[in-house]
Design a protein around this ligand. Structure first.
Ligand SMILES: NC(=O)C1=CN([C@@H]2O[C@H](COP(=O)(O)OP(=O)(O)OC[C@H]3O[C@@H](n4cnc5c(N)ncnc54)[C@H](O)[C@@H]3O)[C@@H](O)[C@H]2O)[C@@H](O)CC1
Ligand SMILES: [K+]
Length: 533
């Protein structure tokens, strides 16, 4: 794999980033030189991105310049926000470079103490005649702000005057480009420390920081871009070797698995047999959507157990599947799993259980949990598991379990684990460690954890997927892939991450073609294969 691809898959905490930098400095790279290199790259990117100057400036960008994406030095007024640490140092190098390129630059910095290197850059900027302001009221108009207040060194809550200055700067209708991460975000949890810059664009330096993929940070980072400054892979590997890895799923990693390879000579049972257990009289549609998700996976054989009264409906939507009509409760839930003759749960390579079941199907969920087959639990399958006591029940399982909760289901399953909304990555990690299951925690950015503590992040998604039924599609898709993986030497975690990536990409593609409003769950099933074609 190419170095760049490997670097783009890595996600680090603030502590790990600091350790990696320390190794680079210890190896002889001067701190000054690294700051010059990194901030030089940022300054160049800022010049490459076509600016749309704010109307108040009375400056109208020439259309031809905008179309070509060429830098427009003259007339662009840039405000540089400078903090006390090396994030501020980076910003001052950017200020100096833009000044020399003909931009009209001013600096805002309400601090009196700076790190040595930052202080030197500030002094030099002043000597060049770049105006430096300490109060927000003094600031002139600008077409663009560059945020170098705080980077990964911020740990405490922001207080006034800087907190209220950030709030006022956010109110200006001016694009803000943040260096490393928007000032005010916690680098690991993405939590807003008092207040934070709402960036239009963020240049993440060197390696992706965890905050970029935590839900609380998403509305602050804007368009995020990695600035690769040639960190040696050996240093990254040396620092991360003993820590549980956190990896981004990129198209390269997902497409290494998809479509699942088939030998030229095979038959349907060699390509995986999935049992879906889903649906009730009340929630019939969920069973159809789960089935359509499984269909897109290419699974060799699909059996779907539903209440008897749903059988003909399912047959009409999924003629290729074996629909198993089961005796039902008075409420219309599956009362008993009545598999065809000569079939028992060991006949299946994987079981996916939950969508639309209602809690009246408790005995069925208990039965599949006791089986020794790979099992995916979702929706009511999770709610029933929560009632049984998730951790104690899962620990007894002999086969792999995959849980696919959203934050609410997660809380019911693991009430003693820290709030999944606060640090989703840690929450998923803890749940997987304690239960021995693979945990896929749904959210704006999905996190997947295995019982060894490793994490996979789905770093691209769309709010279009926040819609009833889209989780059912994922369960079916994942079930179909898991059943096939059983015969193909692919790890469960890789399959779960691949399924989640595929599902998100289908949502993104459908939203691009049909707007965010056009991605109902049925439409989503129709876009799954388009992602691969
Ligand atoms: N050394 C270098 O040349 C490089 C620097 N980089 C930059 O360096 C940054 C990290 O630099 P630092 O470790 O200096 O940290 P930061 O610049 O993120 O900020 C730390 C500074 O802010 C102060 N501070 C922390 N919390 C505060 C609060 N709540 N209110 C007020 N002040 C507070 C601290 O006392 C410290 O001086 C990165 O984010 C990046 O921008 C690297 O990315 C690239 C290489
Ligand atoms: K920043």
């Amino acid at each position: 794999m190419q170095r760049q691809e490997k670097i783009s898959q890595v996600i680090v905490t603030a502590g790990q980033m600091r350790d990696i930098e320390d190794r680079i400095f210890a190896a002889g790279m001067p701190v000054v030189a690294l700051m010059e290199k990194v901030a030089g790259l940022v300054a160049r990117r800022i010049q490459e991105i076509p600016q749309i100057p704010c109307k108040k400036a009375g400056y109208v960008a020439s259309n031809s310049l905008l179309k070509k994406g060429l830098p427009q030095a003259v007339g662009s007024r840039v405000g540089i926000l400078v903090g006390p640490g090396h994030n501020g140092g980076d910003a001052l190098v950017v200020a100096r470079e833009l000044h020399f390129r003909g931009y009209e630059v001013w600096i805002y910095s309400p601090f009196s103490k700076f790190k040595e290197l930052t202080s030197q850059h500030l002094q030099y900027a002043q000597s060049l005649g770049i105006p430096i302001y300490q109060t927000i009221e003094q600031l002139p108009d600008s077409d663009l702000l560059v945020d170098g207040l705080f980077g990964f060194g911020l740990e405490k809550n922001l207080t006034d005057p800087i907190a209220s200055a950030i709030n006022q700067l956010n109110e200006l209708s001016v694009p803000i480009y943040s260096i490393d991460l928007p000032s005010g975000l916690h680098t690991d949890t993405g939590v807003v420390l008092g207040t934070a810059i709402r960036a239009t664009h963020t240049f993440c330096l060197g390696l992706w920081k965890l905050a970029f993929f935590q839900d609380p940070a998403l509305e602050y980072v804007g368009k995020a871009e990695l600035i690769d400054f040639d960190i040696p892979l050996a240093d990254v590997e040396a620092v991360l070797k003993d820590a549980p890895s956190i990896k981004r799923i990129t198209p390269t990693t997902a497409l290494a698995t998809l479509p699942l390879p088939r030998p030229p000579v095979t038959h349907k049972y060699k390509e995986g047999h999935l049992l879906l257990i889903c649906g009730s009289r009340r929630y019939a549609g969920g069973a159809i959507l789960t089935g359509l998700g499984a269909r897109a996976s290419g699974v060799g054989m699909l059996s779907i157990a539903v209440p008897e009264s749903l059988k003909s409906l399912l047959v009409s939507h999924l003629p290729e599947a074996l629909i198993i009509g089961c005796p039902e409760t008075e409420s219309g839930a599956i009362a008993q799993l009545q598999l065809p003759e000569k079939t028992d749960l060991t006949s299946f390579n994987a079981i996916a259980c939950g969508p639309g079941l209602t809690r009246d199907a408790t005995p069925i969920v208990q039965e599949v949990i006791e089986s020794e087959r790979p099992l995916i639990l979702d929706a009511d399958g999770l709610n029933i598991l929560a009632q049984m006591g998730a951790i104690a029940t899962l620990k007894k399982r002999l086969a792999v379990t995959v849980l696919t909760p959203h934050a609410g289901e997660f809380q019911r399953l693991f009430p003693d684990i820290a709030d999944a909304k606060h640090d989703r990555v840690k929450a998923a990690q803890e749940a997987a460690l304690q239960s021995g299951a693979v945990v896929l925690l749904k959210g704006a950015r999905t996190a997947i954890a295995n019982p060894q503590g490793a994490i996979w992040m789905i770093t691209e998604s769309t709010p279009a997927l926040a819609r009833g039924g889209s989780g059912d599609v994922l369960t079916g898709l994942l079930g179909g892939l898991l059943a096939q993986a059983a015969t193909k030497q692919i790890s469960v975690e890789d399959i779960v991450a691949t399924a989640a990536w595929w599902h998100s990409q289908a949502g993104i593609l459908a939203a691009q073609e049909r707007t965010e409003l056009g991605v109902d769950a049925f439409t989503l099933t129709q876009y799954l294969l388009k992602v691969l074609s």
